[in-house]
Design a protein around this ligand. Structure first.
Ligand SMILES: [Zn+2]
Ligand SMILES: [Zn+2]
Ligand SMILES: [Zn+2]
Ligand SMILES: [Zn+2]
Ligand SMILES: [Zn+2]
Ligand SMILES: [Zn+2]
Length: 362
């Protein structure tokens, strides 16, 4: 990120904004991440009654799993029933039912939903529940690693996490938006290799789920593909890949046999989960947290009440970003202009709704 050199003419005090901007950005990013992950969670209700939840934020209690058990617990149980334990965040997992207090965790009764069946037979447990990740089977964060900078990626099939350097193939340039399927899963479901977006075998065959209904008449998109000589490796899938999957009768049968049909449903996409979580957490006290970070600016308090902190935050962010992208110099005049504009905006709003006047003491 470019930093803003702040200066005015020599005599005036300088205004430092680069740190402020960075702080706002960091907190916004962290907040967005948490909202996307936990916005769907009701922190006081165990999800057990919902059965095998399509996708939920999940946790593994290392304290309780230490006796050789592998179990997973919901967010509310992590919070209420395992509060002083060592709890690992597992991000989201699909089709899982909370184990808190069942026969596998009998020594730690569930405070929220005590009468569970002894076991959840459909739950799947990979090594993440034991605190190990990737093909290298290391904990995360890894205390013995020189650095934990290598961002981990989650395989959309087995839901294990992989170090970028252990994917077996170099990350494509545009990889950030791409889903991955790990080498082990590609070797298990070899037809998936045809969909690798880093080699464009059937990329041109763009079809839409909404019109491509499985039928015996639809030709298989993979039938002409004779590319069998390539070795099995991690594959990358570009945005919208679920819509590009072949939906011919034969392929659909294959998906069913492998229990992949739910994973190939648009609704399974992590983006869908995040969208809902963000929508639900819209009114989270995010603004207050941001406002607290701005507390050192005395006049902000008043503005946040009158103008709404959201409006302020957005305007300030836009303003600072704009400055950073142009000359990078922030003058006292700029700051004055910013507040003048904000004031103007506020006056505009006052015309359309009741707002206390400037002189109001309350
Ligand atoms: Zn629970
Ligand atoms: Zn525990
Ligand atoms: Zn519980
Ligand atoms: Zn690894
Ligand atoms: Zn996998
Ligand atoms: Zn097909």
């Amino acid at each position: 990120m470019s930093s803003i050199r702040t200066t005015t003419d020599e005599q005036e005090p300088t205004v430092t904004c680069s740190e402020l901007l960075e702080q706002i950005q960091d907190e916004e990013e962290e907040l967005d991440r948490e909202r996307a992950l936990y916005g769907n969670c009701d922190v006081d209700t165990c999800t057990y009654s919902q059965g095998y939840v399509r996708r939920q934020a999940l946790f593994a209690c290392m304290t309780c799993n230490s006796n050789g058990q592998v179990t997973g617990i919901c967010a509310a149980c992590a919070y209420h029933c395992h509060a002083n334990h060592e709890v690992n965040e597992l991000y989201t997992k699909r089709c899982f039912r909370c184990d808190c207090g069942n026969s596998k965790l009998i020594h730690q009764p569930c405070k929220l939903y005590p009468n569970k069946d002894p076991e959840n037979s459909l739950n799947k447990y990979n090594d993440n529940f034991r605190g190990l990740y990737c093909s290298c089977k290391r904990p995360y964060p890894d205390k013995e690693a020189a650095t934990n900078d290598d961002e981990m990626r989650q395989c959309i099939i087995c839901e294990d996490w992989f170090h970028g350097q252990h994917l077996g193939v170099p990350l494509p340039m545009e990889d950030n938006q791409m889903d991955i399927i790990c080498q082990a899963c590609v070797s298990k479901y070899s037809f998936l290799a045809n969909y690798d977006d880093s080699h464009s075998a059937i990329q041109t065959a763009l079809i839409d789920n909404s019109v491509a209904v499985a039928s015996n008449n639809q030709p298989c998109l993979l039938s002409n593909n004779t590319d069998n000589n390539s070795e099995v490796h991690t594959i990358f899938l570009r945005d919208g890949w679920r819509k590009r999957l072949c939906r011919c009768a034969q392929c659909c049968k294959l998906y069913d046999e492998f229990n992949l049909t739910p994973i190939f449903d648009d609704e399974d996409a992590i983006e869908e989960y995040q969208k809902q979580a963000l929508a639900k957490s819209e009114n989270l006290d995010a603004d207050k947290i941001i406002a607290d970070s701005l507390e050192n600016l005395g006049y902000v308090r008043k503005l946040e009440v009158l103008s709404g902190i959201h409006e302020f935050k957005k305007s300030l962010g836009d303003f600072l970003r704009e400055k950073a992208n142009s000359d990078g110099l922030l003058t006292a005049e700029d700051v004055a202009k910013f507040f003048e504009n904000l004031n103007e905006k506020r006056k505009e709003q006052q015309k359309t709704m009741f707002m206390p006047p400037d002189t109001c003491k309350f």
